[in-house]
Ligand binder design. Structure first.
Ligand code: F6R
Length: 244
């Protein structure tokens, strides 16, 4: 595990965007695993800026997103498909046909999970997976559990995640109760994993996940076992751990 300390959110975003840029430059047809949420927005903004300057070309890049709410259409302004389009895809030259998310409107959840696993396999796996960190240690929508879930599956969201995500909905009743998420095995099989974490409210979970025991009760802790895991975090998020 490599820890890169940043002064603040802006510096964290620039450092993470640098790592993603290197991936895209070294392998223009790479498969990027992408995340939503507040943590990667600055990273996406930085990538857009460098794309606009002519430094990056996404025309051959393929993407797979971590997760999607069940029951939201791609046009719903809280769907992750909408988030990705608004915060990244519409600003760069990625081919939308090369972008993939679970289909939140799929009626047969098992078939949708199998389809999504098939998509990831057909792309040859993920070159670089970008992650945020939930307050309870979740990655994607893999919530604390007795075992590490492996492949794409449908999850019932915990109350803590519903509460955290309700800030983005008109009311808490509108937050979907279920979501599709990539599993831990798929994330662990990514060649590189990059996590962005910012803010004092994440300091406890950073200490628990990366300086505590590996346990499915803190899903992100499994990343300690990944051979190429980089955590880019700001000083506030690292305030409860000793770093160089
Ligand atoms: C998003 C995702 C989630 C978030 C996590 C942190 O696609 O899978 O695991 O990364 O909930 O969210 P933020 O960044 O909003 O604190």
């Amino acid at each position: 595990m490599k820890i890169i300390k940043a002064k603040d959110y802006a510096e964290m975003s620039r450092k993470a965007a640098n790592i993603i840029s290197a991936q895209v430059i070294m392998k223009p047809d790479c498969v990027l695993g992408l995340a939503t949420g507040s943590s990667p927005i600055g990273t996406y903004k930085q990538l857009i800026e460098w794309y606009e300057k002519g430094d990056l070309d996404f025309s051959a890049v393929k993407s797979v997103n971590l997760d999607e709410y069940k029951g939201l259409t791609a046009e719903h302004d809280q769907s992750y498909a909408y988030f990705m389009y608004e915060n990244l895809f519409k600003h760069i030259n990625i081919d939308m046909a090369n972008t993939n998310l679970p289909n939140g409107m799929a009626e047969d959840a098992d078939a949708e999970c199998a389809r999504y696993n098939g998509v990831i396999d057909s792309l040859g796996g993920i070159d670089l997976q970008l992650l945020g960190l939930g307050h309870n240690g979740h990655i994607g929508f893999n919530e604390p559990d007795d075992t590490f879930p492996t492949l794409t599956h449908l999850v019932t969201l915990t109350q803590s995640t519903i509460n955290a995500n309700s800030r983005l909905f008109a009311s808490i009743d509108e937050v979907p109760g279920y979501a599709f998420t990539m599993g831990i095995q798929t994330i662990m099989q990514a060649k590189k994993v990059l996590m962005v974490v910012s803010g004092a409210d994440k300091a406890d979970i950073v200490a628990k996940a990366f300086f505590g025991p590996v346990t499915p009760q803190v899903p992100a802790s499994v990343l300690q076992l990944h051979s190429d895991f980089t955590l880019v975090a700001d000083e506030a998020a690292l305030s409860k751990v000793v770093t160089a």
